[in-house]
Every structure is written in C-alpha cells, then in structure tokens.
Ligand binder design. Sequence first.
Ligand SMILES: C[S@@+](CC[C@H](N)C(=O)[O-])C[C@H]1O[C@@H](n2cnc3c(N)ncnc32)[C@H](O)[C@@H]1O
Ligand SMILES: Nc1nc2[nH]cc(C(=O)O)c2c(=O)[nH]1
Ligand code: SF4
Ligand SMILES: [Mg+2]
Length: 207
Amino acid sequence: MSHQVPEDGTQLPLMEEFYTIQGEGYHTGKAAYFIRLGGCDVGCHWCDVKESWNAELHPLTSADQIVENAKRYPSKTVVITGGEPLIYNLDYLTRKLKEAGIKTFIETSGAYPLSGFWDWICLSPKKFKGPRPDVLNAAGELKIIVFNKSDFEWAEEHAKFVGDQCRLYLQPEWSKASEMTPLIIDYVKNNPKWEISLQTHKYLNIP
Ligand SMILES: C[S@@+](CC[C@H](N)C(=O)[O-])C[C@H]1O[C@@H](n2cnc3c(N)ncnc32)[C@H](O)[C@@H]1O
Ligand SMILES: Nc1nc2[nH]cc(C(=O)O)c2c(=O)[nH]1
Ligand code: SF4
Ligand SMILES: [Mg+2]
C-alpha cells in the first residue's frame, strides 16, 4: 500500500490540498486548509473519495512543501484527511505545522496507530476495519456514519470506548441522507448526548 513512502514522514502521497470551510462535525463552519493524503484499505463501500484509495496514484510530496503551502492561507488551521492519513507517520508534518503556528486537525477511521501532534482528532470508525484503542482514547469527537438502522446500535457500542469529554455525532451517509436524516433527528431527540452532523459543504456546493 504505502509503496516507496519513507517511514520518517518527510514525504507523503498528496492527493489534493484545498482551502475551504470544515463541513462536518464539531468544527463545522470554520475555514481550514485541507490536506488529503492518498492511500486507504478500509474499503467503505459508500466512501465518497474512492479516488484516494490507491496511494501510488498520488505523488510523493515533501512535508516541508505542504507546510509552506498551508502557510499562505488566512486560517491557521489545517485538516489532514485522506484516504486514511494514519497509514503514515504524521509526526514530522504535524511538528512542522505547529512550529509554523498552525493548528492540526485530523479526520481518521482510527484503523492505524496514532502518530502526529494534534489539536483535534475526529474519529469516524468503520465496521470494515475497526478503530484502535489509542485513537479511541484521544478522540475529541466520535462521528458515526449512519447508512442503515443497525448503525445506531453500533454507534452506542463505540461510544463506550471514548473519553468522557468526547463529543458524539451521527452523520447520515450521503446517498441515504433523505432516508436516514429523519431517523437521526428522532434518535438525537431521544438520546441527547448525541448530536447530528451534516456534510454541509455538499449542500453549499463547496469542496
Ligand atoms: C473520506 S474520509 C477520510 C478520512 C478517514 N479515512 C475516515 O474515514 O475518517 C472523511 C470523512 O468523510 C466521511 N464519509 C466518507 N464517505 C461518506 C459518505 N458517503 N457519507 C457521509 N460521510 C462520509 C468519513 O466517515 C470521514 O468522517
Ligand atoms: N468542506 C469539507 N469538509 C470536510 N470535512 C471532512 C472532509 C473529509 O473529506 O475529510 C471534508 C471535505 O471533503 N470537505
Ligand atoms: S476509511 Fe475513510 S477514506 Fe477509507 S474507505 Fe472509509 S471513508 Fe473512505
Ligand atoms: Mg469529504
């Protein structure tokens, strides 16, 4: 999977970078620079970025260059996503971002060991390759994708393993949103420790 990617994290397969507004979860509505790394073997059949899966299609890019790019934007927050970013050692990239005064947020399935220095961890665990305990412990938010009714029970099972301060979100799978959103609304009204998260960038037609 991680072809010739050096283990020290100084070069990473970069799929795309874009300046946008965080569309999902706790930080919804905030401007951030998104860094999307290629490579994922979790295999969610409803994944909305399948083009990211094959790491070899995405050029190895120096982490220093990624930091220089991020520094150009007014928001001093980056979101590192993928693909599954924790496939790679993110210590070097996140250390350099923090040295540049940039806050580091991650979107992860938690299927790989935690690396990197983070201001916020959004954990979105998957049935297809479950989350690791180190990521469950460190998560600031748990964001469960609801594809069918059975996902509410699955969400509760995972909520047992996160910290007391961890925020809990239910987010409709995009292709099932018209069907699942009303169920999520009812669930949140009956179980108010959960909140609803929508992919607001898709409604706003922004990246
Ligand atoms: C594309 S993933 C990349 C990061 C990481 N692999 C993960 O799954 O958390 C980014 C976020 O989009 C969510 N997501 C992916 N496909 C989705 C879909 N079809 N509907 C709703 N959310 C989706 C994921 O659960 C995750 O929270
Ligand atoms: N605007 C916007 N917000 C996002 N939050 C998480 C995303 C992701 O793909 O990781 C994402 C994304 O792709 N776009
Ligand atoms: S873990 Fe994330 S990137 Fe990988 S298939 Fe699932 S949603 Fe897509
Ligand atoms: Mg996305």
